[in-house]
Design a protein. Structure first.
Length: 496
């Protein structure tokens, strides 16, 4: 195979290698040389579209020949260096979603082999509460449930101390042999993994080829030094732990089960409905904005005007009608949309950006999970639904605040007078909304949809650091609010 970078530079030139069932092969090379690119190619994650990587060559697996220039290779299940677990799902749900998207029913032996790694982990545990070693075993188990012909490990021993790295190597070897699947392990630090390796391939960055070298640490280090690259790196103590003694009965196999794709779409719909629409802080935030708008419009509408005395009383009813119309069709919908979009665009950009930075989207692609179909659909649907639901809440809260403010200024008047005049244009028959409210719903829903789409695009761009996520949050808010103002302005002018 030959791999050209998007810039046109040559990464791999006419390289070839083979790996047999149950065989563990180490792929070593200088840091940043492109080892992980080969893993992404085998896992079907390399962008080979227009302006992307260019690949030529053929891959043979299970009697099938794949043209790498035109076909995606889906033979490899990847265990990512940073685990790429789905942080919004529980430990159990991380495995369930992989099992449900494997494309076929899983053999009980495969489920048993994968879940045997997890005896000390509570299935209900969140990813954040798992230790480093537990996360690593969850990532391995999840990849096993994807049931790919080849296991790919991207620097699995990075950050592990020596005992943990050796235990990990033994685990990889045992899984590979017991399941009869080849394992390709990308490693920068090789000493701890050499005892379990059957062969070692060196990525020679000068010849741009993969060269088999003896399983000898000194020889490998010497070859790396010849490539004029340092082989060191800080180790993070405590990144992995020794599994505790498993309980007598492993609850994982029965708990995994099988669910439809509609289940997962519903799961993400519910998650984003809570986060974007009805979380307590969101309701308080939107309600406070509506109360302030209701008070301000009514107080300044009557208290600070050019009319006084008899004339103020004479124009009272028409002023009340006008305030109700402006508040219900322009002011409250606009403020509600701005508050809704500003808050949710920040959340969406941060959420999508974090998934991109932590390789969660890549992991979902490798597991054949329609991540963008689930997540993007759930976000956009909930942006529209949430904007309309919270518009109703805002109109109700603003109306209540207006009524109380009006009563404070005209305590001698009956509430029925306020109700009849304030809603005269909004509820002509006293019960059903006027046709103009359809335009209000349109501009609120459309602005939320466009703003949400902008947040997804901005958040989903390439992210190499947390600072880039922060910048995307700011851009998302600015663009989202700008789109909201434009949509409201255009529709308001068209409906004059």
């Amino acid at each position: 195979m030959t791999i050209l970078r998007p810039s046109g530079g040559l990464l791999v030139s006419d390289a070839s290698f083979s790996i047999g069932p149950g065989e563990v092969v180490l792929l070593v090379g200088p840091s940043g040389s492109g080892k992980s690119t080969i893993v992404q190619l085998l896992g079907g994650l390399l962008d080979t579209g227009d302006g992307g990587w260019r690949v030529t060559g053929r891959l043979g697996c299970g009697g099938r020949s794949i043209d790498l220039a035109t076909e995606r290779s889906l033979v490899g299940g990847i265990v990512f260096q940073d685990h790429a677990l789905f942080s919004d799902l529980s430990a159990l749900e991380n495995l369930r979603i992989a099992a449900d998207h494997a494309g076929h029913g899983l053999e009980p032996d495969l489920v048993a082999a994968a879940t045997a790694l997890l005896g000390d982990i509570d299935p209900r545990k969140t990813v954040a509460s798992c230790s480093g070693g537990q996360r690593q075993r969850l990532a391995i188990a999840r990849t096993l449930l994807a049931d790919r012909p080849v296991l790919l490990f991207d620097e699995p021993n990075s950050g592990l101390d020596v005992p943990m790295a050796r235990r990990l190597g033994e685990l990889i070897r045992d899984l590979s042999r017991s399941m009869g699947k080849p394992a390709l392990v990308v490693a920068h630090h090789v000493k701890d993994l050499l005892p379990v390796a059957d062969r070692v391939l060196l990525f020679d960055t000068r010849a741009r080829r993969l060269v088999e070298v003896p399983r000898d640490a000194d020889i490998i280090e010497a070859e790396l030094l010849k490539l004029d690259r340092a082989a060191g790196g800080p180790a993070a103590a405590g990144a992995a732990d020794q599994p505790a003694r498993p309980p007598r009965r492993n609850a994982w196999p029965e708990a995994i089960g099988r669910r439809s794709r509609l289940h997962w779409l519903g799961r993400y719909m519910a998650e984003y409905f809570w986060e974007l629409c009805v979380s307590p802080l969101m309701l308080i935030y939107m309600g406070a904005g509506a109360l302030i708008m209701g008070f301000v419009s009514m107080w300044f509408g009557f208290h600070y005007n050019s009319f006084g005395g008899y004339l103020k009383s004479l124009l009272h009813d028409e002023t009340l009608v006008g305030l109700g119309l402006v508040q219900g069709t322009v002011a409250v919908p606009l403020i509600s949309s701005i508050l809704f979009v500003a808050r949710n665009n920040a959340i969406i950009a941060a959420d999508i950006g974090n998934r991109a930075l932590s390789s969660q989207f890549k992991a979902m692609d490798n597991l054949r999970i329609a991540a963008r179909g689930y997540i993007y659909s759930a976000i956009l649907v909930n942006m529209v639904i949430g904007s309309l639901l919270l518009l109703v809440l805002s109109l109700g809260m603003a109306s209540w605040a207006s009524m109380q403010t009006w009563h404070a200024q005209f305590p001698q008047q009956d509430f029925e007078l306020w109700r009849g005049q304030f809603f005269r244009k909004l509820l002509p028959d006293g019960y059903h909304p006027a046709s103009s409210m359809l335009w209000v719903a349109l501009k609120v829903g459309l602005s939320a949809l466009l703003a949400g789409a902008a947040a997804i695009v901005i958040g989903g761009g390439r992210k190499d650091s947390v600072l880039e996520i922060n910048a995307s949050i700011a851009r998302s808010i600015i663009i989202g609010v700008t789109l909201t103002l434009l949509v409201h302005a255009v529709i308001s002018v068209l409906t004059l």
